[in-house]
Design a binder for this molecule. Structure first.
Ligand code: AMP
Length: 144
């Protein structure tokens, strides 16, 4: 998938937004949806996607949609920090498969970093137990 391919309405995150496949949500409003990454690189790995936007990456999101979406990215990051008390937070985003992107609907990763805990490689994590993710998500939900 190059940087300039067309938006695929059947990408995984579009399916999550349509309710075609499940997700473990932590936050949702008219602008964005945040949910647990099922192949977490760190404890508390959370994703945030914009709604009503056919953007594959940061380059093709309409600029007027960016401000409200980034405000949600910050809002979710603050809740993750409040809930899990990490020692640091990595907030990252990939553009194009060569850069490491694997799902082609714009999203930011929030990766809590804990002293002594290794960051697993991107897109190589094992699938987490949904029951564990649900418990984590509940802690984050309560932090908004
Ligand atoms: P990226 O490689 O930056 O496009 O990130 C896509 C992320 O989506 C990866 O971290 C995957 O682990 C994650 N992911 C893939 N499928 C799902 C899913 N069904 N629910 C939650 N996260 C997913």
């Amino acid at each position: 998938m190059t940087l300039h391919s067309a938006y695929d309405p059947d990408n995984i995150f579009a399916k999550i937004l349509r309710g075609d496949i499940p997700h473990i949500g932590v936050y949702e409003d008219e602008i964005a949806l945040a949910f647990m990454d099922i192949f977490p690189q760190t404890y508390g790995h959370t994703l945030i996607i914009p709604k009503q936007v056919r953007a594959r990456n940061l380059l093709d999101v309409p600029s007027e949609k960016l401000g409200p979406y980034m405000e949600r990215v910050q809002r979710v990051a603050i809740a993750v920090e409040k809930a899990l008390k990490p020692d640091g937070l990595i907030i990252t985003q990939f553009n194009g498969s060569l850069a490491g992107q694997t799902v082609f609907h714009l999203h930011f990763h929030i990766l809590p970093k804990f002293t002594g805990a290794r960051l697993k490689p991107h897109a190589e994590g094992a699938q987490a137990d949904p029951a564990d993710l649900e418990k984590l998500a509940e802690r984050i939900r309560l932090a908004f």
